[in-house]
Design a protein around this ligand. Structure first.
Ligand SMILES: [Zn+2]
Length: 152
């Protein structure tokens, strides 16, 4: 499961949850995705800073046709709520993923091509590296990281 920050042509931001980046592309092309605020189908991914990747769901999406429809969710009501949720997400990611530092792009590729054991990883990648990973069909989620001290 990966989460993309999406924006429509009117800059309405929301999160979309997908099985993989292919799943996202597929739903976008078939017009199943639309902005929850203005129903615009013209959406794009909004990039941010740090990335987490896993190829875990890649295989399954090829063959399955009964995938559940997209679950686009609107941002929570208040900023406080938003920050709370965001901290939970960040903590969950920190808890389950292995920090591979600056070799993120390299390691994400190894996992994708099954040269490394499958697992969630996190690390730093340039936006160019993330772009290249995306072009290779590697599911990468980009998140702005909160510093450890801000989490407590
Ligand atoms: Zn919109």
């Amino acid at each position: 499961m990966i989460i993309f920050d999406l924006a429509c042509e009117h800059e309405h931001r929301f999160e979309g949850w997908f099985h993989s980046s292919q799943d996202f592309e597929k739903q976008l092309e078939s017009g199943m995705l639309s902005c929850p605020q203005c129903s615009s189908p013209s959406l794009r991914k909004v990039p941010s800073v740090v990335s987490i990747a896993s190829s875990r769901t890649e295989q399954r999406t090829e063959s399955s046709e009964e995938e559940s429809p997209s679950r686009a969710i609107t941002p929570p009501a208040s900023a406080t709520q938003m920050i709370g949720l965001y901290r939970q997400l960040t903590q969950a990611i920190l808890a389950i993923s292995e920090d591979v530092g600056t070799s993120f792009a390299e390691e994400a590729r190894r996992i994708h091509y099954q040269e490394s054991p499958e697992r969630p990883i996190r690390g730093q990648a340039t936006s160019k590296e993330c772009e290249e990973l995306g072009e290779e069909g590697i599911a990468v989620m980009q998140i702005p990281m909160i510093k450890e001290e801000d989490l407590n």
